[in-house]
Design a protein around this ligand. Structure first.
Ligand code: SF4
Length: 299
């Protein structure tokens, strides 16, 4: 049951992190207008199941007046609200409060700050930490997301013995991470990736929406386009088994998708998303409605 809508309020971001799976950057295009946000919220209400609305990106604070108004309207409509940000605006804790206080007054429910080596290098006193400190002092519920560069370990924790290589650190190998971080990492045979480990494609609990109208089940894998078919209808009609890509992922994972379309596989891939993303990228022209937008595929 769909309970959450996550707005990719903009793809633009002051950073250009290597692990970003939507290719956020200062040059990225695709930002919602307020009228578009309101239209999506109206449709979200029509579903009768959506309770929570998040605003993320890219970096949503780059369009601060839009973000503030969007939170205000979402709250007035009765949704729980949240934001994901890297806190770049926090030149000091005191000044960060100037940005956060109006959001608190608008009723923001939660703020998630992203802070790790990708965002801040080796800095100790980071903007995200200052922003989070400001949020805590104001009493806004908040948390931190940290993704570390890939690590390789060989320990089979269950048996306590040396096992197959395990890539840790939390990077998901989709988008820019494939281009920038996959070199030299150990792989596993392609045919072993027989399921999607992270997304419930059969019964999605949340989707991401962007200004182009794409309704993402996973970044770049779309249910359809909400500017062509209203969101409430798209959601009501969605059946994974009738979706040309999701049906295969549900049935046989990325390996099944690759096999069905005769994708020229390499012997190994780092993880399921690595194979899934590369097969989907190769199928973009065939399924432009479902594998979009181009920028999420680095185009
Ligand atoms: S990239 Fe593919 S395998 Fe990974 S979470 Fe998304 S749909 Fe699942």
């Amino acid at each position: 049951m769909l309970t959450g809508i996550h707005f990719l309020l903009t793809y633009k971001c002051p950073h250009e992190c290597e692990h970003c799976f939507v290719y956020g950057s200062p040059r990225a295009k695709g930002t919602f207008t307020l009228a578009q946000v309101e239209a999506v919220l109206q449709e979200a209400r029509k579903t009768g199941t959506v309770q929570t609305v998040f605003f993320e990106g890219g970096e949503p604070f780059l369009y601060y007046p839009l973000l503030l108004e969007a939170v205000r309207i979402a709250r007035q409509m009765g949704f729980h609200t949240g934001i994901v940000t890297n806190g770049y605006f926090a030149t000091s804790v005191e000044d960060a409060m100037l940005w956060l206080k109006p959001l608190q007054e608008a009723g923001i429910g939660f703020i998630s700050f992203s802070d790790d080596q990708f965002h801040s290098g080796s800095e100790q006193d980071t903007a995200a930490k200052r922003a989070m400190s400001a949020a805590q002092q104001l009493g806004i519920p908040c948390g931190m997301i940290s993704i570390e560069p890939p690590t390789v370990s060989y320990l089979d924790k269950e048996r306590g013995t040396k096992g197959e290589p395990i890539v840790g650190g939390g990077v998901r190998f989709r988008g820019r991470a494939v281009e920038k971080l996959s070199q030299g990492l150990p792989t596993r045979p392609w045919h072993t990736f027989t399921e999607c480990p992270y997304e419930n494609l059969r019964d999605p609990g949340r989707v991401h929406v962007d200004a182009y109208g794409n309704v993402h089940l996973c970044q770049g894998l779309c249910m359809g386009n909400l500017w062509q078919t209203p969101l409430s209808e798209l959601v009501a009609r969605y059946r994974a088994e009738e979706h040309p890509i999701c049906a295969l992922l549900v049935e046989g994972g990325p390996a099944g998708l690759a096999r069905r379309f005769g994708y020229p596989v390499q012997p190994g891939y780092i993880e399921a998303c690595h194979l899934c993303y590369l097969v989907r990228r190769a199928l973009r022209e065939r399924f432009p409605e479902y594998l979009a937008p181009p920028q999420v595929y680095g185009e």
